[in-house]
Design a binder for this molecule. Structure first.
Ligand SMILES: [Fe+2]
Ligand SMILES: [Fe+2]
Length: 158
């Protein structure tokens, strides 16, 4: 598709464009989380092997936090216009994002002298929770409507 056609597409089908961008970011985040999970299973306690995990945690935080901002910029206006349920979904989305930011920051603030085993365990818990959040979000907010060619951000549950 040409650039001009892509631009026309994104102007006329903002929900579909937003959905595509967010799904792409989810794909990247999933990969990073799975790499981290694979890493937590590899290093032996006390061998300094958690250094790459600390770096990866910081990277995941950066990418995830950018994703949350993109999601808020792209999805919130669409949801807010979707009365009557949209504003409630916005509230739930904002609460979830605050929790995710808090948890990611807490893990990044893990002290240098803190236990590597504990860091790996906390990362594992957080990574699984974030993977669950992503899957839930895709089911509840990003599923394409069945039987129509214009997917929407919101899948109506009626
Ligand atoms: Fe989200
Ligand atoms: Fe997301």
């Amino acid at each position: 598709m040409s650039e001009a056609a892509e631009q026309r597409e994104s102007v006329f089908r903002p929900a579909e464009t937003a959905r595509g961008l967010i799904l792409e970011q989810h794909h990247q985040l999933r990969e990073m989380l799975w790499i981290g999970l694979a890493q937590t299973g590899q290093s032996a306690p006390g061998d300094g092997g958690q250094e790459p995990l600390r770096e990866l945690v910081a990277l995941i935080r950066d990418v995830f936090v950018r994703h949350l901002a993109d999601e808020e910029a792209l999805i919130v206006p669409i949801l807010e216009a979707d009365l009557p349920v949209g504003p409630l979904r916005v509230e739930a989305l904002r609460e979830e994002h605050s929790r995710q930011r808090r948890e990611l920051e807490a893990l990044c603030a893990w002290p240098e002298e803190g236990s590597d085993i504990e860091l790996a365990a906390r990362f594992e818990t957080l990574a699984r929770m974030l993977l669950g959040d992503i899957a839930h979000e895709e089911r509840e907010l990003l599923a394409a409507d069945d039987g129509r060619h214009v997917p929407s951000i919101v899948r109506r549950s009626s």
